[in-house]
Design a protein around this ligand. Structure first.
Ligand SMILES: NC(=O)c1ccc[n+]([C@@H]2O[C@H](COP(=O)([O-])OP(=O)(O)OC[C@H]3O[C@@H](n4cnc5c(N)ncnc54)[C@H](O)[C@@H]3O)[C@@H](O)[C@H]2O)c1
Ligand SMILES: [Zn+2]
Length: 334
């Protein structure tokens, strides 16, 4: 399947197709000079599959994990690009999960004031969520994603076949974002997870999640309003992430617990809890509520003791509400 994401400056194609990685050069442009940014956890066979399609492709491999998403890695990528003689007309291709996409995208946004960027997401999370939307970043000063840029890709190539090597825990964690997309805007997507055979529908899950994100980022490219809906489960999720550390609790696992806390209806909570159990995702965080609240206060989105909370009273109908951070206390207790 192929669809276009419209942005303020044009649009870019997103391909969701088994076997797409093998043919990536047809989309990127065979004659182009490419510089591939990936991490040490992306299996070599996927890196080779991409690299062999180009003559003299540059390659930068950084150590896997969120700990690498920093200015030092970004700077090392830029040095390697300079060393390899990458010019303004070349293309940076990020191959990997959200970390490779975010840092590769930021390197593309900043190198020579911005070069062409193609994203080839290889985790569930990056295929259904971080791969589109144009947000690029590194973590800085102890704050996640605090330095970055909006930089739209020229194309996104999501090949569900590459998910075959992804560890199960990463797989489930990524699916939390798909459950989120269902709660925000797509009851049919949510319903897929309520059936036992959800794993047989991975392509449809990726496609539907991307369409939810596409609709929302097209409405609000620079996150002035409705794009905040995508933060459902993330206000608390990010706090859990900082508190527990990204290895103890993966992003999607933290979002799962964050989503549970933001639902009020007992019926919806029970439905979500059942899905999380099926996916092997946690539903409740045991972290100290006071520490969680402190972290929410410190979060860049928490001005003047208030935050824009994302709430949902019905599946597919999330909405924004300005609330006092103190109001989260009750949610953390239950
Ligand atoms: N830009 C956005 O809009 C946006 C949205 C959501 C999340 N994010 C960011 O995404 C990041 C998390 O992304 P992630 O969950 O993909 O983590 P990740 O990029 O760290 O990937 C998870 C692990 O899987 C490995 N891996 C990748 N592809 C693989 C494959 N096909 N087979 C086997 N192993 C593979 C990686 O090496 C890594 O160890 C966070 O930094 C988060 O801030 C960005
Ligand atoms: Zn997320």
């Amino acid at each position: 399947m192929e669809f276009e994401v419209r942005t303020g400056r044009g649009s870019y194609p997103v391909y969701v197709e088994r076997g797409a990685l093998k043919k990536a050069a047809d989309i990127i442009g065979k004659a182009r000079k490419v510089f591939i940014v990936t991490d040490s956890g992306v299996p070599e066979k996927w890196v080779d599959m991409l690299k062999v399609q180009f003559r003299d492709a540059g390659l930068f491999v950084f150590p896997q994990g969120e700990a690498s998403k920093n200015i030092q890695t970004w700077s090392a990528i830029l040095s390697a690009m300079l060393g390899a003689g990458v010019t303004r007309s070349d293309t940076l291709v990020a191959l990997g999960g959200g970390v490779a996409g975010d840092i590769g995208g930021f390197a593309a946004a900043s190198y020579m004031r911005g070069i062409r960027f193609v994203n080839v997401p290889t985790t569930v999370l990056s295929q259904i969520d971080s791969g589109i939307g144009g947000k690029t970043a590194v973590d800085f000063g102890g704050v996640k994603n605090s330095v970055g840029a909006f930089w739209q890709p020229a194309a996104v190539i999501a090949d569900p076949d590459v998910l075959s090597t992804l560890p199960r825990r990463q797989f489930s964690s990524g699916l939390a974002e798909a459950v989120k997309a269902g709660i925000i805007r797509d009851p049919q997507l949510f319903a897929i997870f309520e059936k036992d055979d959800f794993a047989d529908h991975i392509e449809e899950i990726i496609r539907r999640s991307l369409l939810v994100k596409k609709a929302i980022v097209e409405e609000d490219e620079l996150e002035a309003g409705s794009r905040k809906l995508l933060n459902f489960g993330h206000t608390l999720g990010h706090a859990y992430e900082s508190l527990l550390g990204p290895d103890a609790c993966l992003h999607g696992e933290c979002v799962a617990m964050g989503m549970m806390a933001m639902l009020d209806s007992p019926e919806l909570k029970a439905r979500l809890a059942k899905i999380l159990e099926r996916l092997g995702l946690p539903a409740k965080c045991d972290a100290d509520p006071e520490k969680v609240l402190d972290l929410v206060r410190k979060d860049k989105k928490a001005g003047r003791g208030r935050i824009t909370a994302v709430l949902a009273d019905a599946i597919g109908k999330a909405y924004l509400k300005d609330i006092k951070i103190e109001e989260l206390r009750g949610r953390l207790a239950r």
